[in-house]
Design a protein around this ligand. Structure first.
Ligand SMILES: Cc1ncc(COP(=O)(O)O)c(C=O)c1O
Length: 391
């Protein structure tokens, strides 16, 4: 992988015709070491956020050796790359054949569930195995998160006692798990979920071996600036001290976004300009899915011209659909025009993971860059240096 100083150098050297994903291995390492330093438990990387081999290898090299997967395909990918990895299959509703293959062929012992039917299924698929770690997914509020995960999965209060007791009866290790929603904008979301989960544990009278606080840790996007990540991990750590659990119980988390968001940016070409709308070569069916479907504004810079006056632009992607539109506003130099290159930052999470091949697009070239992502949620000297470089 050729390494450049920054996106501008990539443009000068390559003038790429396809969109490019620019990797920042140092940002990935920094996020991993932040979690290792501040989270007093086991970190499972949520593969769905970015399943690229370079991300998985980078995290593995940084010491993240546990992976949260959502499908059999992700089980296979992680197991083939990392025979020693610990894999948690945390989708609460899995195909029975997938559970069987995960258990019998890939050594997966950790599964989540949110119903008695799923518990039966796991037992059938594993031949009533006695070495299972089963994590009961609680239904918790997503009010403080930008993307709700509250309505689809999670056992309700009315059913939680029966499910926790039944799962305890067959699990070697019992866990309770939740997800406060993705891009959680306040540590209070975790506080509320931990309170609700502690109540369920007390009501059911079971002892638990694991509390899994899931993902949801945020990244920094324009208009969505969360508080410092230290606050989230501090809140979890202090509440964990009083959590009703076995003395040797483990605390787990499953961050996706927060580990990989800053590790990739997207470099696109401006194919045309009409008024203040730019036609670019990636879009809502590509890595800019969230910009189109959630109206998220990613940080964007014109890497072909220095900023004069900034004005608001809308963007269209390359396919023939009206739906391939990102309304922004994206603030770019007023003179931005066809032939320019734009870099979107903070696109490592749920960027390339969402890209399709619709209309024949969705191919990306790759390069590595050594400048810092901007903005960054990881504070310290690097963060300040990046701010100075971009000011
Ligand atoms: C079970 C589970 N764990 C972890 C994650 C990762 O969440 P995030 O990327 O918000 O950290 C998700 C995301 O959907 C999830 O469903």
């Amino acid at each position: 992988m050729v390494q450049y100083d920054n996106a501008r150098r990539v443009v000068q050297a390559l003038r790429p015709e396809q969109p490019m994903l620019l990797r920042r291995p140092h940002a990935l390492r920094r996020a991993a070491s932040f979690f290792q330093e501040h989270f007093p438990g086991h970190i499972f990387y949520a593969v769905k956020a970015n399943p690229s081999p370079w991300i998985l290898e980078g995290l593995w090299d940084a010491g993240i050796e546990r992976f949260d997967v959502a499908s059999l395909e992700e089980v296979r990918a992680v197991r083939s790359g990392f025979p020693e990895a610990e894999i948690a299959y945390m989708h609460p509703i899995k195909p029975e054949a997938a559970i069987a293959e995960a258990y019998h062929e890939h050594g997966v012992r950790i599964f989540s569930l949110d119903s008695l039917r799923e518990l039966d299924k796991i037992q059938r698929a594993t031949g009533d195995a006695s070495d299972l770690t089963l994590c009961v997914r609680m239904q918790v509020a997503s009010d403080l998160a930008k993307i709700s995960l509250a309505s689809k999965f999670g056992v309700r209060e009315t059913d939680e006692v029966a499910l926790l007791q039944a799962t305890r009866a067959v699990a070697q290790r019992l866990g309770v798990a939740f997800h406060v929603g993705s891009q959680a904008m306040s540590p209070a979301g975790f506080a509320g979920a931990m309170e609700r989960t502690a109540r369920a544990v007390r009501r059911s009278g079971v002892f638990i071996d694991i509390l899994d606080v899931g993902g949801g840790f945020p990244a920094h996007y324009p208009g969505m600036e969360p508080p410092q990540l230290e606050g989230y991990l501090g809140e979890i750590t202090s509440r964990w001290e009083d959590f009703p659990s076995a003395a040797n119980a483990e605390l787990w988390c499953e961050p996706g976004r927060a580990l990989c968001a800053e590790a990739e940016s997207l470099l696109v070409h401006v194919d045309d300009r009409r008024d203040n709308t730019l036609y670019i070569n990636d879009g809502s069916f590509g890595a800019l899915y969230d910009a189109a479907h959630l109206d998220w504004r990613f940080p964007v810079t014109n890497q072909s011209r220095s900023s004069d006056r900034l004005v608001a632009f809308d963007l269209f992607g390359p396919t023939c659909d009206d739906a391939d539109a990102m309304r922004g506003p994206f603030f770019l130099p007023a003179a931005t025009d066809a032939g320019d290159y734009l870099e979107f930052g903070t696109l490592g999470a749920y960027g390339r993971a969402m890209a399709t091949k619709f209309n024949g697009y969705g191919q990306y070239d790759h390069a590595s860059v050594s400048d810092d992502p901007f903005p960054s949620l990881y504070t310290g000297a690097d963060h300040q240096a990046a701010e100075e470089a971009h000011s």
